[in-house]
Design a binder for this molecule. Structure first.
Ligand code: NI
Length: 172
């Protein structure tokens, strides 16, 4: 947080299934796995391109988290379905050590492309919808603290959730 690249509009990807794109995705997967995150956007590792990855398999550390399929999403277009929003805890690998309560649209359609250029079109809700909104915000220069409405619910993970080792929510 504080790096100008995280506040920029990322550029669209223009060529799919290239060695450069696959190398970027490998780098992103390694970073996300190493930091045990649920998602990552290319600007978070210094590349201002419209590329995000996300996914969450069942993890004993987060027994209540809904599973999200491992996904590569490039040049995404998000459409909120309805105006209903819900609040939920979020963290971010670019804002280490913190959690905040963030409003997100409950239902969402997202479209984009995978690494090979195949079109992707999904309608999702709940945690899946939240992760996609968080990651795609990184592509328009928005970090989750900029979405917080109630700053009494923003703080250090280990202070907010001392009983869970500060591990409520997931870093995206
Ligand atoms: Ni993030």
């Amino acid at each position: 947080m504080g790096h100008p690249l995280l506040l920029q509009q990322a550029k669209p990807v223009t060529a799919f299934n290239t060695p450069e794109l696959h190398a970027l995705l490998e780098d992103m997967r390694d970073t996300m796995a190493h930091l045990d995150g649920a998602g990552l956007a290319a600007p978070q590792i210094g590349v201002s391109l419209q590329v995000v990855i996300f996914g969450l398999t069942h993890n004993p550390r987060y027994p209540d988290a809904e599973e999200v399929p491992a996904t590569v999403l490039i040049n995404p277009v998000l459409t909120a379905l309805g105006q209903e929003q819900e609040e939920g805890w979020e963290g971010c690998l670019s804002v280490p050590g913190f959690r905040g309560m963030v409003p997100r649209y409950c239902r969402l359609r997202y479209q984009g492309y995978d690494a090979m250029g195949n079109f992707l079109d999904r309608t999702v809700s709940g945690f899946h919808a939240r992760v996609v909104q968080h990651e795609c915000d990184h592509l328009i220069g928005v970090l989750y603290p900029m979405r917080i409405r109630d700053f009494s619910r923003f703080g250090f993970s280990d202070v907010l959730f001392p009983d869970q080792g500060g591990s409520v929510g997931k870093d995206d």
